[in-house]
Design a protein around this ligand. Sequence first.
Ligand code: TYC
Length: 118
Amino acid sequence: MVLMSPAPKNPVSGNPVNPHVEDTILLEKQAEKVKAPSMFKVLLLNDDYTPMEFVVMVIQEYFNKDHETATRIMLQVHLVGKGVCGIFTRDVAATKVHQVVELSREAGHPLQCTMEEI
Ligand code: TYC
């Protein structure tokens, strides 16, 4: 008669206590949990009153665009009604929206800035 003791098992997972198996299972579980953060577009909306130069300045200063790119985005907003200035994580996008709206109100302009989840 051959008596064999069963392979030792982890009392929680029930998996065999084999370091390689345990490591593999742990890594798979972690990989499933780590998700890319939600991303948000920050948009400017058109209006009839905000000066074009002010919009170009805002895009350059808050969205790190050169003058030519900022002018192209401003014209897109002017002609189409809205335009994307950048894509950010939720907190960064919300901060940009707040800063742009605050600066615009201080300057007496009705410029609107919003964010949309992608
Ligand atoms: N339409 C504005 C004008 O003619 C310019 C403008 C562009 C305003 C983009 C807002 O997000 C905007 N002065």
